[in-house]
Design a protein around this ligand. Sequence first.
Ligand code: COA
Length: 300
Amino acid sequence: MSEREDKSKQSMASAATGQDRKKFEMSDAKEYSCVKVEIDDEGIAWVSFNRPEKRNAMSPALHYEMEEVLPELETDPDVKVMVLTGEGVSWSAGMDLKEYFRETDNNPAARFKSYWSHRHWAQYLMLSSKPTIAMVNGFCFGGAFTPLAACDIAITAEEATYGLSEINWGILPGGNVSKVFSDLVSHRDAMFYAMTGRTFDGTKAVEMGIANLAVPGDKLRDETIALARELMEKSPAVLAFTKQAIKAVQGMDMNLAYEYLQAKQGALRNADKEGTRQKGMSEFLDNKSYRPGLGAVKRD
Ligand code: COA
């Protein structure tokens, strides 16, 4: 039985027993072979790179599937938080050296299509209005840094292995890896790791600013769920605007940022149908029932 048939059979089996309802609905519409999507009852969408036998290297097929999956999740009202992770021992071993690079060397149309597909889904991820968490469970090499950096928050297994290995393949950290990596880390670290290709672990990734939290691998999923729950306590509208604001001001000078934030603040008051501002201030100023340092405003 082929790998694809095997995965399809597993998906059908779980649907037949009534489990993973959402998973079946998505795979019913389109059968994914390189990406696994599960939406749990709390609203966490678990998106897994699903080529464990290839350490989740990103093939053209994986890019096309991610390009389809992410808009589905973005517009699904049941999805509150997205977690991007990898099946097996790897988060992602980067671009597939065989299927993405070597096999398309003499096929410009195929290279163009998969290159743009990758760019599209990386942008979808980066510009998502929903909170996105990279849960780095293992290897994270080369091209994998682009989706990693596109996620809002990264939580990593301490034991995960990171590296910019492109120097060993005679290629540049392309697909915007050079850009996103040097935006995250210091100039010294960017030069050092890009030029040597040396690897580092999850603890070091936090020290360098690549990830927010490093936890032992056996606690990774629980800690990610705790983080997702914390985010789900916030107003989705305020979260979405906050994400957009933090990202947008990065390219602005002081005056432009002032103007942008002023306008964005006004727009948020219209967009926040839950009235979080009024509620939070009233709880603090009038009812004295809430102080920001002591937890989230209680949402209805
Ligand atoms: N592209 C294509 N195939 C890859 C791959 C990649 N980036 N990374 C791993 N694979 C494949 C291997 O070729 C192997 O395939 P095979 O079973 O058909 O021989 C399979 O995945 C398992 O890899 P293997 O090296 O045996 O696993 P490992 O657990 O011992 O090591 C890594 C894992 C990630 C350390 C190692 O595979 C590696 O160094 N990969 C390259 C990572 C890289 O340089 N990525 C940047 C690309 S720009």
